[in-house]
Structure formats: structure tokens, C-alpha cells
Design a protein around this ligand. Structure first.
Ligand code: GUN
Length: 287
């Protein structure tokens, strides 16, 4: 039997519907949830992702603000912009789109965002909390992938999971979240020898490399849940990492590109923004 499709678009629409109601409730209480996005440079893929985030904000009633900065912006100037947003009470969530221009140190920037507004979950504080099992502001992609896996109804506990990615966006937070659910986790990356030794044992396989057909059916365990979190743009066409049709024949569940992880990431970003706005509101009402 071919794999069932993990429909991220459908699941994300359900999440967005609920968030729309929560945004409305906040508005009725005088708080307009607001997400600020900082984009340094002109990468067309980053521009496209930022556009999708803005569209989702508009759809559910979150205000969005975008700060465009030139590719050559200095680290100091970028931090100054982030600090302005940190102290702006009308902004509840801040996201600095990655990757950053080469001359800027990523860890300095992600740690400049106030942890209370860090809806990406990339700061040392929020990533540290994820390591402790507190996932309030976990990475949106990792949260989205966990939601997709949980939607299958299959228990994560005791499963072998393999993630091909070790970034702070996907691999590290997702590994911590799967560990917290008692999976046995392997993280593979560009220096891993014989990746197939790990993937062939994986009941849950997540790939986020960005290379078309990076994962052929031969390296997938039959019956696995396969999550494609890779993005590769060929003109206007989007491809993932998984060789979809052959892998679909042997997997139990498969999350496609497009329509799998992407919309779930955006929905979880909206969720994190609403969480941040609610936390701001309850602090305000405490006073
Ligand atoms: N670049 C690719 N994915 C992401 C993401 O989830 N957040 C940010 N800030 N940048 C990204």
C-alpha cells in the first residue's frame, strides 16, 4: 500500500482558523498582535518566505512590519534595529530571516532578540528551554514537523528517528523535541560517513538538505514516516529532498514538498506570535 500523505496545508489551515479567533479576542481586549520581520539582503528565496509569512499574518489578523536592510548592513546596525523592536511595545514577535549576509555572526544576532519576542526560538535562552522540554518558543519548523508526526497517531516513544540537518532551525531543536518524546535520535550532516547506515534504521526520517532527490527509496526503511523539509528552487518550481514517487511506494506516511512542512512552519510562527502577544497582554493586565 502506498504511503498516506501528510497534508501540511490542510492541517495548517485548521491551526490558522483557531489562531484567527484568538487574534480577534486579543483585539477585543485592545491588543493588536504584531510580528516584525527583519530581512537583510536581497535573496529571492528569503523574500518569498517573508512574503508568505506576511500573507499569513494578514489572513488571521496579525499586524506585520518588515524592516528591509541592505546586504552590506553592519552587525552593529542590525543589532540596533533589533533593539528598537525589542523596546517597541506595539511589537510582540521578532523574526530575523536567515541566512544572514556572510559577514554577520548568526549567534550574535539571534541572541540580540529579546527571548520574550523570539518567536523563532533561536536564542540561547529559548533553545535551552527546549532542551529542558519547555517548548513555548520552539523553532517553528521543528514544531511543525512534530505536529505532522503526531497527526499520524503513531507513537514517537521508542522509535528510531534520523534527521539529516544540524542547524538551529531544524536539526538541533527537532532532535531535542524528539528526545523529549523518548525517540532514539541520530543527527546526520555533511561530515557524516555512510548516511544510509542511519536512514535505513529510521522509523521517522526527516531530511532538510535542499538537494533534489537527496533521499532515494533505497536508503529509506519500509514503513517509515518520511518528512521532507528540504527546499530547492528550480526557476519557479519547488522541489524537496525526497525522491517522492519511489519513496511513497514504501513509506507509511510522507510529507511532500510543497504542501507539507512549509505551511506548518508558517502556522507555527503565527502560533508563537499569538503566544507572545498573549504573554504581553497578561503582563499588562497584571500591572
Ligand atoms: N530561514 C529558513 N527557515 C527559517 C525560519 O524558520 N526562521 C528564520 N528566521 N529564518 C529562516
Amino acid at each position: 500500500m502506498p504511503a498516506k500523505i501528510l497534508d501540511g496545508k490542510k492541517l495548517s489551515e485548521k491551526i490558522l482558523e483557531e489562531l484567527q479567533e484568538q487574534a480577534m479576542e486579543l483585539k477585543q481586549k485592545g491588543i493588536i498582535p504584531c510580528l516584525a520581520v527583519v530581512l537583510a539582503g536581497e535573496r529571492p528565496d528569503s523574500r518569498l518566505y517573508v512574503k508568505k509569512k506576511q500573507e499569513a499574518c494578514k489572513k488571521i489578523g496579525i499586524e506585520s512590519k518588515t524592516v528591509f536592510l541592505p546586504e552590506k548592513v553592519s552587525e552593529k546596525e542590525l543589532i540596533k534595529e533589533i533593539e528598537k523592536l525589542n523596546s517597541d511595545n506595539s511589537v510582540h514577535g521578532i523574526l530575523v530571516q536567515l541566512p544572514l549576509p556572510m559577514h554577520i555572526k548568526q549567534e550574535k544576532i539571534v541572541n540580540a532578540v529579546s527571548p520574550k519576542k523570539d518567536v523563532d526560538g533561536f536564542s540561547a535562552e529559548n533553545l535551552g528551554l527546549v532542551a529542558q522540554g519547555i517548548e513555548t518558543f520552539a523553532s517553528c519548523t521543528a514544531k511543525g514537523i512534530i505536529r505532522l508526526i503526531e497527526s499520524t497517531g503513531i507513537k514517537i516513544m521508542g522509535k528510531n528517528a534520523c534527521i539529516i540537518n544540524h542547524s538551529i532551525v531544524v536539526g538541533k531543536p527537532l532532535a531535542l523535541m524528539l528526545l523529549h518524546r523518548n525517540a532514539t535520535v541520530s543527527i546526520c550532516h555533511r561530515a557524516t560517513k555512510n548516511i544510509s547506515d542511519f536512514t535505513k534504521k529510521a522509523d521517522i526520517l526527516v531530511s532538510a538538505v535542499g538537494k533534489k532527490n537527496f533521499v532515494p527509496a533505497e536508503i529509506v526503511k519500509p514503513g517509515a514516516i518520511v518528512i521532507d523539509a528540504g527546499i530547492f528552487l528550480e526557476g519557479k518550481k519547488v522541489f524537496g529532498d525526497i525522491d517522492f514517487e519511489p519513496v511513497k511506494k514504501i513509506a507509511s506516511w510522507i510529507a511532500p514538498v510543497p504542501g507539507g512542512v512549509g505551511p506548518m512552519t508558517v502556522a507555527c510562527l503565527m502560533e508563537n506570535t499569538i503566544i507572545a502577544a498573549k504573554a504581553f497582554a497578561s503582563k499588562k493586565w497584571e500591572k
